[in-house]
Structures are given as structure tokens and as C-alpha cells.
Design a protein around this ligand. Structure first.
Ligand code: UDP
Length: 322
């Protein structure tokens, strides 16, 4: 099987590419290195079945060739990270919507199955626990730029479902909840790499808001397992799936856990959202996935729990990033 991985030099894309190569597939990666890093795929570059195009997915000439040569498409290229989204909203909206449009149009031309990576941001600030795939979305106003991410990914989902319904293109949507693991950087706001780096360097650990917001963290290998199973499952076609871990923790507890795990002397400080992001920033209070549809359809069960995830991330930071 020849797989095209858009965003393959990113955190999740690089882990997926590695796994596909290990399973004997040929892998083509396209990545513009906007948030992806060559260092993430340096260890794959000499593999005979690995091919890299440093290019944007908006380049239709290059994308046309890549899509025509592959069998399946894992579409991960997107603007990511709440901090980046708030700082550069034009890029977020354009890249997410136009990029997915190119991928789907070319997939239709060559009849290639596509896995679209979406996000739990889709649910917005709904406080329902847990989130089911068919739940209503609750979003803030367009004047708050955070919601542009949720809306841009929702357009991607609508488009993928429309291509399936109207044009019989095989599409599958995976809605990822907070995913973590080695190679994720804290540069774009993600909380675990930030806290780990802060703890290891003795800087203050910055909890935003009152720290009572709840998240569930998934290890990247569990996400990679799910992506491959969703791609291989005929029952998943034309469907949306939550992929995550349903073990929850507040961000204040997370800060304490990371401080203890690293034996850090860092102080835990609380920073108002207005200062951390922008005036009027709205956060999600609680975000927990219902995983029963993924379990039913592809036997999905997250294998790695938070303590082990934190150990792995701390180890990665100690060895590579500090
Ligand atoms: N967060 C925090 N300190 C940081 C970075 C993030 O307290 O330095 C909080 C953030 O406000 C959110 C949670 O941690 O409530 C998870 O943030 P992340 O950006 O990792 O993912 P999100 O769930 O917002 O997509």
C-alpha cells in the first residue's frame, strides 16, 4: 500500500509515517514545515520506502502527482495549537479550509480513500459529559478568534461528509481529543510539553484561568493505531469517530503531577486567560470523549494512561529538548 501523509513532518504525522513504514507500506509525506519539523522525520529519511515533498498542500500540481501515485490519503496537515490560532487566524482559516478542499477534490479525481483529521474543538464550549459524535456544537461569537478553528474544522467535516454522500468518495473523519507524546512542542500552546519544559528548567509552571478546566490526554501511539484501523475498516466509511482517552484530570492537578514527577522546584502560577491569550478568550471547561462508537467499530481502546504518558514525555524532553 502506498500512503500519502499530509503534515507527515508534524508531531502526529511523523509517528503515523513511522508506523506505516514499519508495517511495510510506502510513505509519501507532504509538509510545508510551518509547524512540522525535519527533525521529526530525520530518522525516516534514509528508509527506502520513505519519500518527502517539502511543499504546501495548496500546491495543486504537486498534490495532483502525489495523490495520483498513492492508494490512500491520511490528511493531517492543518494549523494547530490554540496559541497559534489566536495569533494567526487568517492562516488557520485559509489553511484548514482550502487545504482540505484540495485534498478532497484530488481524492475524488483519482478515487482515493481519505482519512480526515478533525478535532474535539468541534464541540466548542458545550459542557456535556461525555461528548457523543452527534452532539450539538456550542460556539462563541465570530469576534473571538478561537472559534475560527472549530468552524474551519467543521467545514472540513461537512465537506468530507458531502463528498461521501454526493460523490461516493470514501472518507472517514477522526476527531482527536488532546493528543500528546514525544516530538510535540509547547511552542504552539500545548499544555503538557509546556509544563514539562517549565518544570525541568525550574521556570514557573503557568496554569491558565483557575486550573479547574478538565482535559483527557491521549498518547500518540493510540491515535496512530486508531487512524490505521479507521482507514482499513469498511464500516468506518462516511462516519465520524471520537478518538481519545476518557481518563480526565484538571489542569491544576496536571501541573502538580508534573512538578512532583520531575522533582521540580518550579512554582505553580495562575495566569488569567486575558493575559495568556487575548482579551475575552473563552476556554472549554470540560472535554471528555465518549469512545463507544470507536470501540464498537474498530475495537479501539486507549492502551496508555496519563502517568505513563507523562513519564514518556519527560524522558523525551530530558534526552532531546533540554
Ligand atoms: N494551558 C495552561 N497553561 C499553558 C498552556 C495551556 O493552563 O501553558 C491550559 C489551556 O488553557 C487549556 C488546557 O491547558 O485549558 C489545554 O490546553 P492545550 O492548548 O494543550 O489544548 P486545548 O485543550 O486548549 O486544545
Amino acid at each position: 500500500m502506498k500512503a500519502l501523509v499530509t503534515g507527515g513532518a508534524g508531531f502526529i504525522g511523523s509517528h503515523l509515517s513511522e508506523r506505516l513504514l514499519k508495517s511495510g507500506h510506502q510513505v509519501w509525506v507532504i509538509d510545508d514545515l510551518s509547524t512540522g519539523r525535519l527533525a521529526n522525520i530525520a530518522h525516516l529519511q534514509s528508509h527506502p520506502s520513505f519519500h518527502l515533498a517539502v511543499e504546501t498542500i495548496l500546491n495543486e500540481t504537486v498534490m495532483d502527482r502525489l495523490v495520483s501515485e498513492c492508494d490512500v490519503i491520511y490528511h493531517l496537515a492543518a494549523a494547530v495549537g490554540v496559541e497559534l490560532i489566536v495569533k494567526r487566524p487568517v492562516e488557520t482559516i485559509e489553511r484548514n479550509i482550502l487545504g482540505t478542499e484540495v485534498v478532497l477534490r484530488l481524492a475524488k479525481r483519482y478515487l482515493r480513500k481519505v482519512l480526515i483529521t478533525s478535532t474535539s474543538e468541534i464541540y466548542g464550549k458545550s459542557e456535556k459529559v461525555p461528548f457523543d459524535e452527534d452532539d450539538d456544537r456550542v460556539l462563541g461569537p465570530t469576534t473571538r478568534s478561537r472559534w475560527s478553528y472549530s468552524s474551519s474544522k467543521a467545514i472540513d467535516e461537512f465537506l468530507a461528509l458531502a463528498y461521501y454522500k454526493e460523490k461516493k468518495l470514501e472518507t472517514v473523519i477522526m476527531r482527536l481529543f488532546n493528543t500528546v507524546g514525544p516530538r510535540q512542542t509547547g511552542q504552539y500552546g500545548m499544555v503538557i510539553p509546556r509544563f514539562v519544559k517549565q518544570a525541568l528548567s525550574g521556570e514557573p509552571i503557568t496554569v491558565y484561568g483557575d486550573g479547574g478546566q478538565v482535559r483527557c490526554f491521549t498518547y500518540v501511539d493510540d491515535v496512530v493505531d486508531a487512524a490505521i484501523k479507521l482507514m482499513e475498516s469498511p464500516a468506518a466509511i462516511g462516519q465520524v469517530f471520537n478518538i481519545g482517552n476518557d481518563q480526565s484530570i484538571t489542569i491544576a492537578e496536571l501541573a502538580k503531577k508534573i512538578k512532583a514527577l520531575t522533582n521540580s522546584s518550579s512554582e505553580i502560577v495562575f495566569i488569567p486567560y486575558d493575559k495568556a491569550y487575548e482579551q475575552g478568550f473563552e476556554d472549554m471547561r470540560i472535554r471528555v470523549p465518549n469512545l463507544s462508537k470507536a470501540k464498537r467499530t474498530i475495537g479501539y481502546e486507549p492502551k496508555i494512561q496519563l502517568d505513563e504518558i507523562l513519564h514518556k514525555v519527560v524522558e523525551h524532553f530530558r534526552q532531546n529538548e533540554m
